[in-house]
Ligand binder design. Structure first.
Ligand code: HDD
Length: 703
């Protein structure tokens, strides 16, 4: 028998300032001393040994009596809950909503009654198609779900970063989601719409064409969760004290302006940092750079709705901002990360039907269906009707009701009375004055399964969206469609999609058909309503036209080498700090480099771990020798080549020339390469960076 049982008795070891005791088998025990808390079981029993199971002899079988082991493993085995059937991957933060002015004229919702009122909020951003572990930069719609803990109960605005949707009726939702998710026989692709099933469904669903334009645009690959818009999508109603109704659409506008990445960059970010968006939000909030959005509302009455070109109940349509200006009504600030991801971000339960008195639904058939689905899904996911007892879901206002018992009930009524009416005079009562009242919309009609004719125009707003884009944005849409359809193996599906594009924009359809290598154009798809060509472009729909005013909140990656100019680096850092932007150092070794003046430059990334796709702009502060050396490093050449290909501004010094050339970039290729050597050069570089990208560089390349 092996003599493993007769090793020397326990010894003490100090590892990373931790006093640890070595056991007989060489394992390390962290023993409680002084004020350190004692490890306990979930029942509170103190634990003596958490490294070894209870055995019959040191090499014998484990004993069933080991309640500590059993409890620990049992709990671990049950750690997972079902991920959300859609929007599984998400990231959330706490903050508050601040009301600008009273909106009492339109709504009696308490949250809008007093200027300056602050309401606690929790927001969860998400991608739709991928599972929890997928990458942040998937081409996808982003969820933008806001929970407002108002004094009259929770109000959830469960929106997206795109103001329209794929389908007009909730009954199609399972089909849409099945088609975009992994194909059921093969179990892939993950978090991608570029496959046959999705485009098959879409090409057979003309109502999705407006949304298709949006998801093929750079809206579906945002640079940061902080730099995207949010929309309530549907038309809702505000109701005032007199129960008068005003239609309302909700828009969240990021204070930092809109910004997206380009597709080639997105693909590379997914590899370099699959948590890119999470990390970005985490870093910003931890650094005290709190992201902020303005809530704006489009308010309109029945007469406007009747006169509008499209049906305001159709969730595949927008009301252009130029036609109906959104009015700012408050701001949302995110200033605190959750203490625990699972407890808060994972367990938060958003529900469209959570509205306070003074906010009501419209008859949008997608919204009506959602109001059913969200309650149902929380029970599946969180396992009990008592999911409202979980702190993140519990209202922060007083609650009084007679719901009781059930799994994991944390709150139960106190006293004898658990019903009403009762003659004991106990318990809560209804309040016709303060309680929720639905809009008394007169309704009549036959029971039918019909789509309204007013929903039938599927192409006009898709064209309007395309017309509203700048040239580089239009090019990106064409490239995205080409990429996605190139992954579709069935030629008829590709053709069917092009036949729809012909109803949207002939040039776009021709470009996509050409890039797909189609020999001839198909016939345009049959349209239920002749597509209109007279809708005015809406500048509000372009990302490029709605960028930031400064470079604040953005990040410059500086590649340095031994012998770099420390004074220049300091100057750049000071200027970026003044702008509210960040700087991260990338070096051949993560330990950093020695500058020419003998000072030490700490690095955040080693070159292989800090590709330029992680930054909004880059700078090369290199010595001649350093630049020469880096020409041999593939990661350094990619750093430069990618920054150039992604139209980023590049700050350079004369010494960087060999590396630039080796990466295929002439130091004077265009005005996006800015020499940092001159007197005002750093300021010029930052001024250029405010434009975010030099799109003319990309437009020089013909498709
Ligand atoms: Fe949905 C989650 C947004 C249509 C059914 N949806 C979910 C989330 C967002 C949206 C942001 C994630 C919330 C979170 O972070 O927990 N959904 C939308 C928007 C839609 C939309 C903007 C159209 C305008 N959804 C929609 C339809 C249905 C659903 C038509 C079903 C009929 N959605 C769900 C769901 C989810 C969900 C199955 C999954 C997880 C959850 O609810 O909590 O109930």
């Amino acid at each position: 028998m092996a003599k493993t049982t007769t090793q020397s008795s326990s010894t003490t070891a100090t590892i990373h300032d931790q006093k640890l005791v070595r056991g007989k088998g060489g394992e390390l025990h962290q023993i409680a001393e002084g004020d350190a808390p004692v490890l306990t079981t979930a029942q509170g029993g103190p634990v003596a040994d958490d490294q070894n199971t209870l055995k019959a002899g040191p090499r014998g079988p484990s004993l069933m009596e080991d309640f500590h082991f059993r409890e620990k493993i049992f709990h671990f085995d049950h750690e997972r809950i079902p991920e959300r059937v859609v929007h599984a991957r998400g990231y959330g933060a706490h903050g508050y909503f601040e009301t600008y002015e009273s909106l009492a004229k339109y709504t009696r919702a308490d949250i809008f009654q007093r200027a300056g009122e602050k309401t606690p909020a929790f927001v969860r951003f998400s991608t739709v198609a991928g599972s929890k572990g997928s990458s942040d930069l998937a081409r996808d719609v982003r969820g933008f779900a806001v929970k407002l803990y108002t004094k009259e109960g929770n109000w959830d605005i469960v929106g997206n970063n795109i103001p329209v949707f794929f389908i007009q009726d909730a009954i199609k939702f399972p089909d849409l989601i099945h088609s975009v998710k992994a194909e059921p026989d093969r179990g892939f692709p993950q978090a991608q719409s570029a496959h046959d099933n999705f485009w098959d469904f879409i090409s057979l669903t003309p109502e999705s064409m407006n949304m298709v334009m949006w998801v093929m645009s750079d809206r579906a690959i945002p640079r940061s969760l902080r730099f995207m818009e949010g929309f309530g999508v549907h038309t809702f109603r505000f109701l005032n004290e007199k129960d008068e109704s005003t239609f309302v659409k909700f828009h969240w506008k990021p204070k930092a302006g809109l910004q997206s990445v380009v597709w080639n960059e997105a693909v590379k970010i997914n590899g370099a940092d699959p948590d890119f968006h999470r990390r970005d939000l985490w870093d910003a909030i931890q650094a005290g750079d709190f992201p902020e959005w303005e809530l704006r509302v489009q308010l309109f009455d029945q007469a406007f709705a009747d006169g509008f070109d499209f049906d305001v109940l159709d969730p595949t349509k927008i009301i252009p901002e130029e036609l109906l200006k959104p009015i700012p009504v408050g701001r949302l600030v995110l200033d605190r990360m959750p203490d625990n991801f699972f407890a808060e971000t994972e367990q938060v339960a958003f529900m469209t039907q959570n509205v306070p008195p003074g906010v009501d639904f419209s008859n949008d058939p997608l919204l009506q269906g959602r109001n059913f689905s969200y309650l149902d899904t929380q029970i599946k996911r969180l396992g009990s009707t008592n999911f409202t007892h979980i702190p993140i879901n519990a209202p922060k206002c007083p609650m009084h009701h007679f719901q009781q018992d059930g799994h994991m009930a944390m709150r139960n009524p106190v006293g004898r009375v658990n019903y009403q009416p009762n003659s004991f005079g106990d318990g809560p009562r209804e309040s016709p004055r303060r309680g929720f009242r639905s809009f008394a919309e007169p309704l009549e009609g036959e029971k039918v399964r019909l789509r309204a004719e007013s929903f039938a125009d599927h192409y006009s707003q898709a064209r309007q969206f395309f017309d509203s884009q700048t040239a580089p944005e239009q090019k990106h849409i064409a490239m995205a469609l080409t990429f996605e359809l190139s992954k579709v193996e069935t030629p008829t599906i590709r053709e069917r999609m092009v036949s729809h594009l012909l109803n949207i924009d002939e040039g776009l359809a021709e470009m996509v058909a050409d890039k797909l290598g189609m020999k001839k154009l198909p016939k345009p798809a049959d349209a239920a309503v002749t597509p209109r060509t007279d809708l005015d472009p809406s500048p509000a729909l372009s990302i490029v036209r709605n960028g930031p005013e400064s470079f604040a909140g953005r990040k410059v990656g500086v590649l340095v080498s031994p012998g770099a100019d420390a004074a220049l680096l300091k100057k750049l850092q000071a200027a970026l700090e003044k702008e509210g932007a960040m700087m991260e150092i990338v070096a051949p070794k993560v330990g950093g480099v020695e500058a020419a003046d003998g000072s030490w430059i700490e690095a955040k990334h080693m070159i292989d771990g800090g590709p330029s796709v992680l930054f909004d702009a880059v700078a090369l502060i290199l010595s001649e020798e350093g630049a020469e050396h880096l020409t041999g490093e593939a990661a350094a050449r990619d750093f430069v080549a990618d920054a150039f290909a992604h139209c980023k501004f590049i700050g350079i010094t004369a010494a960087a020339a060999p590396l630039l050339r080796k990466a295929g970039v002439e130091p004077d290729a265009d005005e996006g390469l800015i020499d940092l050597g001159g007197q005002k050069a750093v300021e010029d570089f930052i001024a250029a960076c405010r434009k975010l990208r030099l799109w003319s560089r990309e437009m020089a390349v013909k498709l």
